[in-house]
Write a protein that binds this ligand. Structure first.
Ligand code: DSN
Length: 443
């Protein structure tokens, strides 16, 4: 109904939405931070709740007329508490970066020291990266991953002892292994730091029991709601029992940091859609979904490896894989990403640990299985998709790329972009993907 009206009132946007829908239906969305939300989530997101202002918190608003909005927000909070087993939840952060910013605002003063995973080792911008607010207004010590692709707890401990951070983050955007929450919380306790876990990528796995929960170890947990959790774009900040024990005022500090510290009116349509997604995640079938995401990622890792593709840490424990393209040369992530796109597979170029190239021309590809699993694909499809990805990468990464010479680099990219579209094998692979997609409609 909504779309029909839009078709009449704004055919330009209606047509673009339809085109994007077709693109998603006919290809594989393999960016590991993406998913396909349910029609129920999208219905709540597209609802009239977007029209309402409600600065403040339930029963304590600065505007009238919030009796139903209060119920929506309280429902979202209650479901999040039940799903994750935490003491306090704020569901108002607009998205992941603002949620993390609120944590800094709540527990630190500008100039305090934070510790987080280095961006090039798979960490997030808001965990202390230089150009981000977190690296500009706070001192930042960044930890790496070892040559084997795993976090090195001894190094993290040494760094913590040396820098005495007030806040330690555990969480990443490109880490294919289980996070050592228990071990890292001991390090945070040893130096008296707040221990915050950013579970944006793995929230659905934690909720579904397919990844260890940080709840017994962290003081604060942040997450987005649109990745493995399969809700709308949005975020939450949670405070655990351990967090309350460290600082009984944490809930109040977090709430005040979100509003009025950083944000204005909450996005009520988003809160409602988060509540719907949390309701879905509380159902038993979500556990099956979470387990299948991991089974699919492992099956994909096996297929890629069998077909000659190298993976950082040689595999995965979660929903994502990081392909190391250095056997094809330095900085070939862009080529890999575009080659796969020509074959109907959407991924993103990514740095790999100790990348020999640069952030702009990284040497890896990051991909994952949350969206494909939502469509109902299983290990059998992963095996086939692994073969196709390997074939496409071998074609795309065979092109010359000289990264160190700027002029040659420009020429190489131009040549690549001109010729990659003419690779008939990639067109054939795209057709195979399109045929496969017909059996797995979007929700
Ligand atoms: N952009 C998100 C991701 O792709 O992992 C992190 O913020």
């Amino acid at each position: 109904m909504i779309n029909k009206k839009l078709e009449n009132t704004d055919p330009t946007i209606a047509e673009l939405i339809e085109k994007e829908g077709n693109r998603q239906q006919n290809g594989l969305e393999m960016i590991p931070s993406e998913n396909h939300s349910s029609p129920a989530v999208r219905q709540a997101l597209g609802s009239i709740l977007t029209d309402k202002y409600s600065e403040g918190y339930p029963k304590k608003r600065y505007y009238g007329g919030n009796q139903f909005i209060d119920e929506v927000e309280l429902t979202a909070i209650a479901r999040a508490k039940e799903l994750f087993g935490v003491e306090h939840v704020n569901v108002q952060p607009y998205s992941g970066s603002p949620a993390n910013q609120a944590v800094y605002f709540a527990v630190l003063e500008p100039g305090d020291t934070v510790m987080g995973q280095h961006l090039f080792a798979g960490g997030h911008l808001t965990h202390g990266w230089g150009v981000n607010f977190s690296g500009r207004f706070y001192k930042s010590a960044q930890y790496q991953v070892g040559q084997d692709g795993y976090l090195n707890l001894d190094e993290i401990r040494q760094l913590a002892l040396e820098h005495k951070p007030k806040l330690i983050w555990c969480g990443a955007t490109a880490y294919p292994r289980e996070f050592p929450f228990a071990e890292m919380s001991k390090i945070a306790d040893e130096v008296g730091a707040y221990f915050a876990t950013d579970i944006a990528h793995i929230a659905g796995l934690v909720a579904g029991g397919a990844h260890a929960s940080p709840v017994p170890y962290a003081h604060i947990i942040t997450t987005t709601t649109h990745k493995t959790l399969r809700g709308p774009r949005g975020a939450m900040i949670m405070v655990t029992k351990k967090g309350l024990e460290k600082d009984p005022e944490l809930p109040e500090k977090i709430d005040k940091a979100v509003f009025p510290g950083l944000q204005g009116g909450p996005h009520n349509h988003q809160t409602a859609a988060i509540a719907v997604a949390l309701g879905e995640a509380l159902k038993p079938e979500f556990k099956t979904y979470a387990a299948q995401i991991v089974k699919n990622a492992k099956a994909l890792a096996e297929s890629l490896t069998k077909n000659g593709i190298k993976l950082i840490s040689n595999g995965t424990d979660n929903h994502l894989l990081l392909i190391d393209l250095t056997p094809f040369g330095k900085g070939k992530g862009l080529f890999g990403q575009e080659g796969l796109e020509k074959a109907g597979i959407t991924v993103n170029k990514n740095t790999i640990p100790n990348d020999p190239a640069s952030a702009f021309y990284p040497s890896g590809i990051r991909l994952g299985t949350p969206a494909l699993t939502t469509r109902g694909m299983k290990e059998k499809e992963m095996e086939k998709i692994g073969e196709i990805i390997a074939q496409a990468l071998k074609i795309a990464c065979a092109f010359d790329f000289t990264i160190d010479d700027k002029e040659k680099r420009k020429k190489d990219i131009k040549e690549f972009k001109k010729l990659i579209g003419q690779e008939t094998k990639l067109n054939e692979l795209k057709q195979t993907i399109e045929d496969l997609c017909k059996d797995f409609p979007l929700p």
